[in-house]
Design a protein around this ligand. Structure first.
Ligand SMILES: NC(=O)c1ccc[n+]([C@@H]2O[C@H](COP(=O)([O-])OP(=O)(O)OC[C@H]3O[C@@H](n4cnc5c(N)ncnc54)[C@H](O)[C@@H]3O)[C@@H](O)[C@H]2O)c1
Ligand SMILES: O=P(O)(O)OC[C@H](O)CO
Length: 334
């Protein structure tokens, strides 16, 4: 048994708290709003974001960050990516040297192009930082449906610890040393999911979606290759695995937000209707910035940016993608 502090109690924090409690660990859940802590204390359930997943009677809920960080073997940070830096700043003074913090958030910070683990390391230099990522919708993890995921850390001991704590008969955890690769795939798959959702919303078919998933994956791989991440990671659980689930699943918020935009809603209207964090909207500009910095062609990521932020009609974006100059898939001719 280890003591875990869950920082963030949206759908993902709630599902992970449920999983960890089922693994026999002592879990304390921090919410940034008192009203959320009251909801958890009253119902032992996140009635707003993950209804139906009942947390144990003895789980502690609080809005006191210091209490959640104190005396814990592991802290899991599961707040939306735009809140990671501000939350880490607040945590800093409560973290002891070498304390393990696992980032469960997916995104790339727009201004700095930092991954979530970079932000945590910058803000809490005394911490030992890891990441947990992969195809894992909270709605399914919270029902105990078999899921596989990857735990990344700079040192093997930390990755092994995360694996040991999270692993269960319904949650299989692989370890990895490729922190950038894991987080690049995790952030950019959300942007491709917006494109897949837009295509669904416009009434296009499975051919279109398969094309977006495959060519989206080629864009991510091209960028990854220029940035020196491992291709195995991008073709692994946190890359292609998460890309598939987020583009195809009925649970996906990014796909759903895209769907609403494909049906003619604005980005703001779609985000409001989804009511849960749509990370692809925050990572889209970062993806485009990286494409420009590394001089990599990423036409789908570029098209999503135009539709999201320039009011560019989705029909036109699709036409442009289809009518780009003909390209090779492989060009090793004799
Ligand atoms: N939901 C999933 O299936 C899933 C799976 C894997 C990873 N993730 C990642 O987990 C992260 C959190 O997503 P989620 O699904 O739990 O979101 P969610 O929309 O279900 O909940 C977001 C929560 O964050 C809270 N919040 C808003 N601003 C905050 C702040 N400044 N500080 C602290 N909390 C704040 C909100 O009150 C809300 O409870 C995201 O990066 C997401 O990509 C989600
Ligand atoms: O599919 P989404 O957009 O709900 O994102 C949730 C997780 O990242 C899926 O692994």
């Amino acid at each position: 048994m280890v003591r875990v502090g869950m920082i963030g109690s949206g759908s993902w924090g709630t599902a992970l708290a449920w999983l960890l409690a089922n693994n026999g660990h002592e879990v304390e859940v921090w919410s940034h709003k008192e009203e959320m802590t009251r909801m958890f204390r009253e119902h032992h359930e996140n009635t707003d974001k993950l209804p139906g997943v009942i947390l144990p009677e003895n789980m502690i809920f609080t809005s006191d960050l210091q209490e959640t960080c104190r005396d814990k073997d592991i802290l899991v940070l599961a707040v939306p990516s735009p809140a990671v830096r501000s939350t880490a700043k607040k945590m800093k003074e409560y973290i002891r040297f070498g304390q393990l913090i696992v980032s469960a958030s997916k995104g790339i910070e727009e201004d700095t192009l930092d991954y979530m683990t970079d932000i945590i390391e910058e803000e809490i230099p005394q911490a030992n930082v890891a990441v947990l990522s992969g195809p894992s919708h909270a709605e399914e993890v919270g029902r105990g449906l078999p899921t596989a995921i990857v735990a990344g850390a700079r040192d093997k001991k930390a990755a092994d610890m995360v694996q040991m704590v999270f692993m269960s008969p319904v949650f299989r955890v692989y370890t990895s040393s490729d922190l950038p690769g894991i987080q690049m795939g995790a952030a950019l798959k959300n942007v491709i999911a917006l494109a897949a959702g837009i295509a669904d919303g416009m009434g296009y078919g499975d051919n279109t979606k398969a094309a977006l998933i495959t060519r989206g994956s080629a864009e991510i791989a091209r960028l990854g290759s220029s940035m020196g991440v491992h291709m195995e990671t991008l073709y692994g659980l946190s890359g292609i695995g998460d890309l598939i689930v987020t583009c195809a699943s009925a649970h996906s918020r990014n796909r759903r937000a895209g769907y609403l935009m494909g049906q003619g809603k604005s980005m703001e209207e779609a985000m409001q209707e989804v009511r849960q964090v749509v990370e692809g909207v925050y990572s889209a500009k970062a993806g485009l910035k990286l494409a420009r910095e590394y001089q990599v062609e990423m036409p789908i990521i570029e098209a999503v940016n135009r539709v999201l932020f320039e009011d560019y009609p989705a029909q036109e974006a699709v036409k442009n993608l289809m009518l780009r100059d003909g390209k090779d898939e492989i060009a090793e001719w004799d």
